[in-house]
Ligand binder design. Structure first.
Ligand code: NAD
Ligand code: IPM
Ligand code: MN
Length: 348
């Protein structure tokens, strides 16, 4: 198994180092070979070379079984171009149309909601990952003047909307789930989101065993805080999925706990924590590495190392139960010490 590792920027480097140690520990314990090759693409690399990702970068990435990424974003690159080229570039060029973001609370203690716990926070979000407002179709006219016009189109295609909605239903069937909720803003976005409405009607008709519901995205955001227990599978567009999965991170105890996969089923896919590079925390041994470690577990699960993935998840869950953690989840350890504990648990 060959994995490309892109630590990236800020705490991306800190948490990826721990995810790598955990992967090495689980591979040593299972006796199965895992080759981890680090790629330098980051703000440092861009500032030193002028290159965000080399022209053959995505072809090189396709040769790996999977990609593990930390985070991209650095105040020295004010327009964030390297993050767009590398991260959004990978999503678009490798056609990673499924952004899979499980929202699973590991311990009642970490729930920010009053009188709620593990039984209320256990669902998955499928975020469309290759279109929407992220495609950067548009432009600015008369920039910098009082007549400036800025246009950023939202692109919704039948192909793109169908495949993510179908994926959500197929996931529900495969996991014995019975509810899929689609969220859009079709009351205001009467063109693009009419397409979501039509496709959701068509696809849901093919899955009579699944209760298909619709919520407007503003209501979904409210219910995520008020009554998250109603959800099993949520499917939504690129931007709304980005926003609601930060709420999902908070429901799991904080952004540092949340894992994700950018997936094209059957092809090289990219795994990363939901959080960003958190510049104020970078290099201080304080970032929570659990989201990155759980993303590594999602990666192993996706490439077929099911046992190893389950063992990593169990080790993280034990850590949380035993109050092993960084300060953001009420612990007293550093990034490295949490990585040490989880790695040691896997070797035991
Ligand atoms: P962020 O996710 O980096 O951090 C927001 C806040 O959440 C932090 O200040 C911190 O309080 C907390 N946090 C996040 N991760 C944590 C962790 N592992 N442990 C403990 N606390 C954690 O979001 P931001 O500050 O809006 O963005 C910073 C940079 O990261 C920006 O450049 C942004 O574009 C980029 N970003 C990148 C990715 C990615 O690469 N996938 C994702 C989100 C943001
Ligand atoms: C995420 C991030 C990215 C996104 C940024 C860095 C472009 O917030 O992966 O959630 O908006 O998709
Ligand atoms: Mn985000």
């Amino acid at each position: 198994m060959r994995i490309a590792v892109i630590p990236g920027d800020g705490i991306g480097k800190d948490v990826t180092a721990e995810a790598v140690r955990v992967l090495q520990a689980v591979s040593a314990a299972s006796g199965k070979r895992l080759d981890l090759e680090t790629l330098p693409w980051s703000a440092d690399h861009y500032l030193a070379t002028g290159v965000t990702i080399p022209p053959d970068g995505f072809d090189r990435l396709r040769e790996y079984d999977a990609i593990l990424l930390g985070a991209l974003g650095d105040p020295r690159v004010a327009d964030g171009r390297h993050a767009r080229d590398i991260l959004l570039g990978a999503r678009f060029t490798l056609d990673l149309y499924v952004n899979y973001r499980p929202v699973k609370l590991l311990d009642d203690r970490l729930c920010p909601l009053k009188d709620r716990g593990r039984k209320d926070v256990n669902f998955v979000v499928f975020r469309e990952n290759t279109e929407g407002v992220y495609v950067s179709v548009g432009g600015r006219f008369k920039p910098g003047t009082e007549d400036e016009i800025a246009v950023q189109e939202e692109v919704n295609t039948y192909k793109g909307v169908s495949r993510i909605i179908r994926h959500a239903f197929e996931y529900a069937v495969a996991h014995g789930l019975t509810k899929v909720c689609m969220a859009d803003k079709s009351n205001a976005m009467a063109q693009g989101h009419a397409l979501w409405q039509r496709v959701f009607r068509e696809e849901s008709a093919k899955y009579p065993g699944i209760t298909a519901t619709h919520q407007y995205i503003d209501a979904l955001a409210m219910f995520l805080v008020k009554d998250p227990g109603q959800y099993q599978v949520v499917v939504t567009n690129n931007l709304f999925g980005d926003i609601v999965t930060d709420i999902g991170g908070a429901l799991q105890g904080g952004l540092g706990m949340a894992a994700s996969g950018n997936i094209h089923p059957g092809k090289t896919s990219l795994f990363e924590p939901v959080h960003g590079s958190a510049p104020p925390l970078a290099g201080k041994n304080v970032a929570n590495p659990m989201g990155a470690i759980l993303s590594a577990a999602l990666m192993l699960d996706t490439v077929g190392w099911k046992d190893e993935a389950a063992r990593i998840e169990a080790a993280v869950e034990s850590a949380v139960h035993e109050r092993i953690g960084t300060a953001d989840i009420g612990g007293s350890l550093g990034t490295r010490e949490v990585g040490d504990w989880i790695s040691a648990r896997l070797k035991a």
